[in-house]
Ligand binder design. Sequence first.
Ligand SMILES: Cc1cc2nc3c(=O)[nH]c(=O)nc-3n(C[C@H](O)[C@H](O)[C@H](O)COP(=O)(O)OP(=O)(O)OC[C@H]3O[C@@H](n4cnc5c(N)ncnc54)[C@H](O)[C@@H]3O)c2cc1C
Length: 497
Amino acid sequence: MQKYDVIIIGSGLGGLATAVTLSREGMNVCVLEQQVGFGGCCQSFRRKGYTLDTGIHYVGSLCEGQIMHQYFKYYGVMDRLNLQKLDAEGFDLMCFGDGKIYPHAMGYERFVDRLVEAFPEERAGIVAYSKRLQEIGKLITVDVLRSGRLSAGGMEFTALSAHDEIASMVQNPRLRGVLAGSNRLYSGLADKSSFYEHAMINHSNIEGAHCFVGGTQHMVDALVDVIRAQGGEVRDRAEVTGIHLTDDRVSFVEVNGEERLEAKYVISAIHPATTLDLLRNNTVIKKAFFTRVRSLENSFAIFTTYLMMKSGTFRYENRNYFLHGDANVWLNEADYKGLKIPSVLMCMQPNGRDEFADVVTLLTPMCMSDLAPWLDTKVGRRGADYEAFKAQYAERVIDYAADYFPHLRDAIAHVHTASPLTYRDYTGTPDGSAYGIVKDYHNPIVSHLPARTKIANLFLTGQNLNVHGCLGVAVSSAVTCSELLGMEYLAKKIGNA
Ligand SMILES: Cc1cc2nc3c(=O)[nH]c(=O)nc-3n(C[C@H](O)[C@H](O)[C@H](O)COP(=O)(O)OP(=O)(O)OC[C@H]3O[C@@H](n4cnc5c(N)ncnc54)[C@H](O)[C@@H]3O)c2cc1C
């Protein structure tokens, strides 16, 4: 007899959103998480008395009536979120090596006005660009949900290049860089990144970028509480070590190499390549599909330098800084391979207590191949040379940021770092990739995997399906849940929550 309706593998936002939704709609769910604690990239952790966030630094569309707000409302956690709206005059600042700084302001009118102040001759192009973002953002509004759809289409935009679309709308090379300047929030590849991904992320931030006061863990805890209150189980230290098939169905899931759990459905909220590796007795999914999924490129990995600041020394700024130096804002692997630093994204965490920052986070793209000497090592046992490497690299990152913030160094109390190996071993993402499968505009059908698999009761969800990030994962979760609940029913439930 099956104990659960649905087993969900992974407790990142993708897994938790799926469990909240299905348990809310009456299903008996069980979430299995390999780590100690829940949340994946949304987990916070403590070092030297400071709270540090694994992944989510800010999230868009969080004003009342906007789409992410609506998803959290439906999940039943909106009232528990401690959010802070970022600076409307410039939630993201694009900083270049010549000292020039350009804001991405919140609200389209302000967004356009601020950019036109800097590039008056480009007004028409800036307006056209804004309209285009809104056209794509409007595909997933609350009204669309209420009409019984999760999205009003728009997949044709996945076949457009972000780089080329921007270039077709504005001429000034610096303005092109400014519009593309937050592309570290996705793969940022000139020859691959799709305009759909660019527009979804930028639109959601322009309409309502917020950060989490005191870190993201309280969001995770709230989701776990709701799942449990709805009768679901959420288990940590429960690594799925096998997905066993009988004919074309999953018959049981193996946990920690010993326990067997059965369910009518299994939803994998981990990387699709890892999901395939877990299949046992598979006769359904063809070798060619394995090859295809394994060959899909993953986004860059990230090296994170956490600066734990001396109390009351470094003023909190309610915005993010993209420090681009003199480099072209678009990336190629060659720009960061060999431990080059092409840019730094600097985010600060508000503490809700005073006007100073406790934690400043510096994010830089990094290649897993640059960590070759330690590829076979495990967390905490990588050796002194690895610790020395991380410390040296962090110094270079701090030097880079200190060019823009001369007082930064003096305010640092402690430094903690997380390399792509850390992400690989904590979240199980192949290559430590930050955002999962690159959504390549040349071949969107190949790089956008569907929720349904050839195995009748196995489904996929999480950041690898559609767009990554908090919003992308929420939408993908709804798409996956709609396979079990029906699209119209679920969309209306979320839209009318
Ligand atoms: C450094 C960084 C910064 C980011 N900044 C932002 C941001 O500012 N805003 C934003 O919106 N997005 C941001 N993102 C992206 C965002 O965090 C992710 O897209 C999203 O959280 C992914 O959720 P997920 O559930 O798909 O995957 P994950 O969060 O990776 O969750 C997968 C979970 O599955 C577990 N797991 C893996 N294998 C197994 C197994 N065999 N058995 C059981 N459990 C398993 C993992 O331990 C993990 O907990 C950032 C990501 C990174 C890495």
